[in-house]
Design a binder for this molecule. Structure first.
Ligand code: NAP
Length: 243
């Protein structure tokens, strides 16, 4: 069974995915900063290997990912965070925080790991369906995930000749500590085990784009393909409904 590495394995979607893979006995590198949670995961078996580092620090990423034995064949870059902008008042520090983990953290992890990549490997990069449409309050999060989506889809093109597959994941709402902070309705939200199952199945079938839950992500994809003027009118309605 192929060894796998998962960033953001200490909570939410990444944690569930790590547990699911660990159950099948395959080597799982679990990455995160939370040492208590990493200890908990290691208790699942010797095949669960903790890597504690902060993704926003390139040197830490390089050090943690320098020597891995066995070398992972599947690389899940899942770590991320979400913060929202209120009433259109731009907060540059907030935008920097969100981009630093979601975009720069992703780039740091890839740079730290890429000397291991070879033909037959699969990279799985977790974006968000929020990147498909300009949604209220998502100036920071949505923009960061649009950058993640572009980075991932570009990497898929550039790494294809080397036999390396890159899959982009577009989740809708999933119940995790990240969404527990939200104070607005989250339509068609799914549980974390369903999300992990969808990612695992997507990886196994070698999908280039992994969308879930199906119905919600289809709606967002259709809305996102409409002319911007129409999307704008629909998004404004969402704000009115909130007031
Ligand atoms: N939940 C949803 O509805 C949803 C929807 C669309 C997309 N997503 C995306 O799915 C991914 C996972 O989300 P989630 O809901 O499972 O979130 P979560 O429960 O908050 O977990 C986030 C994970 O990211 C790690 N992380 C955050 N900052 C880090 C840093 N500086 N260095 C290293 N690790 C860091 C955390 O680990 P430590 O705290 O231990 O460092 C944690 O394991 C994210 O990319 C998110 O944007 C989620």
């Amino acid at each position: 069974m192929n060894p796998i590495l998962i960033t953001g394995a200490t909570s939410g979607i990444g944690e569930q995915l790590a547990k699911d893979y660990a159950q099948s006995g395959q080597t799982v590198y679990v990455c995160g900063r939370n040492s208590a949670k990493l200890h908990e995961l290691v208790a699942l078996g010797k095949h669960v290997k903790p890597l504690q580092f902060d993704l926003t620090d390139l040197d830490s990423c390089k050090e943690a990912l320098q020597n891995l034995d066995p070398i992972p064949q599947t690389w899940v870059f899942n770590a991320g965070d979400c913060e929202y902008i209120d009433d259109g008042i731009v907060d540059a520090a907030l935008i920097k925080r969100v981009f630093t983990i979601n975009v720069i953290g992703l780039a740091n992890a890839i740079e730290g790991a890429q000397h291991h990549f070879s033909s037959g490997h699969q990279l799985v990069i977790v974006g968000s369906i929020a990147s498909e449409m300009a949604l209220p309050r998502a100036e920071a999060y949505g923009a960061s995930k649009a950058a993640v989506s572009y980075l991932s889809r570009t990497l898929a093109v550039d790494l294809a000749p080397k036999g390396i597959k890159v899959s982009t994941v577009f989740p809708g709402f999933v119940k995790t500590p990240l969404t527990d902070k939200n104070d607005f309705p989250m339509p068609m939200m799914i549980e974390v085990d369903e999300a992990a199952k969808a990612i695992k199945e997507g990886i196994e079938s070698g999908k280039t784009n992994i969308y879930f839950p199906k119905r919600f992500t289809w709606i967002l994809r259709i809305l996102g393909s409409l002319p911007y003027s129409l999307q704008h009118r629909l998004a404004k309605k969402l704000i009115k409904e909130k007031q």
